[in-house]
Ligand binder design. Sequence first.
Ligand SMILES: NC(=O)c1ccc[n+]([C@@H]2O[C@H](COP(=O)([O-])OP(=O)(O)OC[C@H]3O[C@@H](n4cnc5c(N)ncnc54)[C@H](O)[C@@H]3O)[C@@H](O)[C@H]2O)c1
Length: 257
Amino acid sequence: MSGRLEGKSCLITGAGSGMGRAATVRFAREGARVVACDLDLDAVRETVAMAEAAGGRALAVRADVSKESDVREAVKAGVKAHGRLDVLYNNAGIMPAGDHSVVDTDEAVWDKVLAVNVKGVYLVCKHGIPELLAAGGGSVINVASFVALLGCTVPQDAYTASKGALIALTKSLAVQFGPKRIRSNAICPGPIETPLLSAWLLKEPAEKAKRLNRIPMGRFGKSEDVVNLALYLASDESSWTNGAALVVDGGITSNYF
Ligand SMILES: NC(=O)c1ccc[n+]([C@@H]2O[C@H](COP(=O)([O-])OP(=O)(O)OC[C@H]3O[C@@H](n4cnc5c(N)ncnc54)[C@H](O)[C@@H]3O)[C@@H](O)[C@H]2O)c1
């Protein structure tokens, strides 16, 4: 039986950990040839080894998404290896500890978060979309967050602003490139058990309980919960889904009290 991404070439950023790693392995298992990019070359090589062990094909590329030369080279390497690009999965993102309220966040922290989370997506689109156009169309998937949709009393204002920007950018891309057969959609995950979240939240039982209490499904999300949606968006099954900000959050954003 052929996979849901047979014949597609997919560039995934932040592929060295968490949801990017899970997506690389799953996409490869579904027949995609993955260009797995990450700042951390050892980590992304490990991801590629996992994808290959699962019978898939993937290429490990070291790239800092906030640096134009890195992104340009990553796109080139992907096209050289796979002949084309069909999917840009903008997953890389950071949530540093110093990101808090606007009144007490250092300028350097603000700039760094916006550089990785927003400029990184701009750069991947700048260099990747011409390849999607050359392939006759494709799919752009931007990973935003549920925090872009509602306020939080424990602020991370740079992160929140960066994810809101991605939803707005996604809609602009959807309208510009929809007529050229490129659809663009955002995913808004709720809290997912990955290293990004575990590093600061899951170590504190009281903090964990406070957040679990807000999730109607009674558990944090798993990478696979998000990757299942990304798989739909990457595949032709989503051929009429464009400009959407799709929530995968166990019901958090529906929960008033
Ligand atoms: N985990 C959550 O609860 C959650 C919730 C909503 C949204 N998200 C978003 O989902 C995405 C993936 O998150 P995750 O939890 O899997 O994170 P993670 O920290 O487990 O993995 C992120 C990966 O991105 C890489 N990375 C960081 N900066 C980079 C850069 N400049 N260039 C290239 N790669 C870089 C890291 O090396 C790491 O491998 C992020 O955009 C994050 O903001 C996460």
